[in-house]
Design a protein. Structure first.
Length: 171
């Protein structure tokens, strides 16, 4: 049991660091730079897709959530309802809900918008100036704004989740 908790905590903390850290980087640095770059952002998005960031991030999120759920079960001794009524349990459960909400926003808002913006950026590279290109640029800018907004919301949720996880055992 002790070894299982250690392994689960390692998975939970390390995958959580990657997930939250990447979301923070994307929100405060990458997305603003990509939005300012306009069509020039396409090679960056293509490079991130080749490096499988849009696959690695959801995997890290799922590892964080799954290992957290397993830890919650183990720490509660199988009595999830009773543990959830303690301050520590309630804080961990609330933090988990924030993380799950952040994951869902990432999967259903941020990720699809970023992938589509990347696809449009590649398409833009083959178009010459004209109304079709301008319409595509407007669509790409809207998708980048949607992705950035989703990322901002996700950032707040994940920071709340991380803060709760960090202090839960001391409550």
């Amino acid at each position: 049991m002790h070894l299982a908790i250690i392994l689960l905590r390692l998975i939970h903390v390390l995958s959580g660091i990657f997930w939250v850290g990447t979301v923070l980087f994307n929100t405060f640095y990458l997305f603003p730079v990509l939005a300012a770059a306009g069509p020039a952002a396409a090679p960056v998005m293509a490079g991130l897709q080749r490096r499988r960031l849009m696959t690695a991030l959801p995997i890290a999120a799922l590892l964080t959530i799954a290992s957290g759920a397993a830890l919650f079960w183990l720490v509660s001794g199988g009595s999830v309802a009773a543990f959830s009524h303690s301050r520590t349990g309630a804080t961990l459960a609330g933090s988990a809900l924030l993380a799950i909400a952040g994951f869902l926003i990432g999967m259903f808002v941020t990720r699809p918008a970023a992938l589509e913006a990347g696809r449009l950026g590649r398409e833009l590279a083959s178009l010459s100036a004209g109304p079709d290109r301008e319409a595509l640029q407007r669509r790409m800018a809207a998708l980048q704004r949607r992705s950035a907004t989703g990322s901002s919301i996700m950032t707040v949720l994940l920071l709340g989740a991380a803060a709760g996880m960090a202090v839960a055992r001391y409550l």
